[in-house]
Write a protein that binds this ligand. Structure first.
Ligand code: UTP
Length: 415
């Protein structure tokens, strides 16, 4: 093992020495451990991709339309057949649900984990975690089972999340069937590729994106736990969609019927320029292309029936068989960089509040896992049944729009 001073010098990070000389022996040891645990080779590679223009990301890659099945255009007998296949998996206790709740929710600006945000729906306001817990309970009652429920947190929000569940008595969900696990982290880098330090003299890190879920589930023993419980199919969804349907037997039935290991629900884009990632094939493999990467002409392209060729939005409603998760967990998903505001502490001990983006954050995306399969099943659902995202504090995809969608959906259900 190289001396930490040597490591810092070799990797252009010797500014950290100025922080180390200001702390006591215990803290010094702590920082040295943090330094020794860094993968400097990886950080160098990440920094090199930071300034890449988005159109370069798809240069030389062939982007094609990917087929999908419309849930509501299925013939009645086929629908029934798929429903039976899906229902039998759920009934047999071979199904589990994972909620991704490790995000920072910066756009929403809620103080606390996003799942603890209270949505002012009718007839009474509910927390996002509560909505999920109650939806799962409904499935449990219907099938007379208890679905294993796994919740991915970040190291930053894990404690608050667990405490919140304890305080609310897990919203009545059988506690022994809920398991929390942490996702990974990566350091932030400033515009010169330097590591940042926070007010506790720690190297500034942040969660490394929802694509971290695959390796984290393996590392934290979640895949092993699923195997022990006889789980064969796993649904992974976001915490911030008030209409997330976590147990759609048609998605499950379709994926099994098509002989695939991965399935995903889509909704058609609200307009060609909606800011969502859409399903496609990249170099003939299933993928999601981000709106920033999709050339305008392709975003507007339609087929002979007038449907957008790249119109199926990825809504973080993904299904995998256990094998598929084990396979993806072995891969190194690419990291995408985002230019963000990050407060830090300067070498004189002053906290600098960033007013403009000043640092790069690196994130793996869950949909990059699709790339390791020749085919995935895509089921087009309906926006009004499947998708009420809560991303921004106001305007598009905000609590206000989610409340409206939620109230409308449940009123329809009551009719
Ligand atoms: P988003 O990509 O919308 O990010 O997450 P976010 O953190 O919630 O919000 P912003 O971008 O900071 O405003 C989509 C889903 O992925 C989860 C989120 O919790 C949400 O369920 N996620 C995101 C993670 O679990 N970990 C991450 O590192 C990022």
């Amino acid at each position: 093992m190289k001396n930490y001073i040597e490591l810092l010098k070799q990797n252009n990070q010797e500014h950290l020495l100025n922080y180390i000389e200001k702390v006591d022996e215990n803290k010094k040891e702590d920082i040295i451990k943090q330094i020794e645990n860094l993968d400097f080779e990886q950080l160098k590679l990440l920094y090199e991709t930071s300034n890449r223009e988005t159109d370069k990301a798809i240069q030389g890659i062939i982007i094609e339309h990917i087929p999908f099945v419309d849930k509501y255009k299925l013939e009645e007998t086929k629908y029934k057949e798929l429903e039976d296949i899906g229902n039998s998996v759920i009934k047999n206790g071979e199904y589990a649900v994972v909620t991704m709740a490790g995000g920072q929710g910066t756009r929403l600006g809620h103080n606390g984990p996003k799942g603890t945000f209270k949505l002012n729906i009718k007839p009474e306001a509910k927390y996002l975690f509560q909505i999920i817990a109650e939806n799962l309970q409904r499935v449990n009652q219907k099938f007379n089972i208890v679905l294993p429920w796994y919740i991915m947190t970040s190291t930053e929000n894990n404690q608050k999340t667990v405490e919140f569940f304890e305080e609310h008595n897990f919203f009545g969900y059988p506690k022994e069937n809920v398991r929390f696990f942490n996702q990974g982290n990566l350091p932030l880098l400033d515009e010169d590729g330097k590591l940042l330090v926070d007010e506790n003299y720690d190297i500034k890190i942040a969660s490394d994106g929802n694509g971290s879920i695959y390796k984290s589930m393996k590392k934290e023993g979640i895949l092993e736990d699923m195997k022990k419980r006889g789980v064969k199919w796993i649904f992974i969804g976001a915490v911030d969609n008030a209409l997330l349907n976590m147990c759609d037997p048609i998605l499950l039935g379709l994926t099994i019927d098509e002989g695939n290991k991965v399935g995903s629900k889509s909704v058609v884009k609200a307009n060609p320029h909606e800011r969502v990632g859409v399903f496609c094939k990249k170099d003939s493999k299933p993928a999601v292309i981000e709106y920033t990467e999709l050339p305008e002409s392709m975003a507007e392209e339609i087929d002979e029936e007038g449907e957008l060729l790249f119109g199926e939005s990825h809504i973080m409603c993904n299904l995998y068989c256990l094998d598929a998760l084990e396979k993806i967990a072995e891969q190194n998903l690419p990291y995408h960089s985002a230019h963000k505001k990050a407060n830090y502490m300067d070498e004189n001990g002053n906290v600098v509040v960033a007013k403009e983006p000043n640092a790069y954050k690196y994130e793996a995306f869950i949909f990059d896992g699709f790339n390791y399969f020749d085919n995935i099943s895509i089921l087009r659902g309906r926006r009004e049944e499947d998708f009420a995202p809560i991303k921004n504090a106001e305007g598009v995809d905000s609590p206000a729009t989610a409340i409206e969608l939620y109230n409308k959906y449940w009123k329809l259900e009551e009719c």
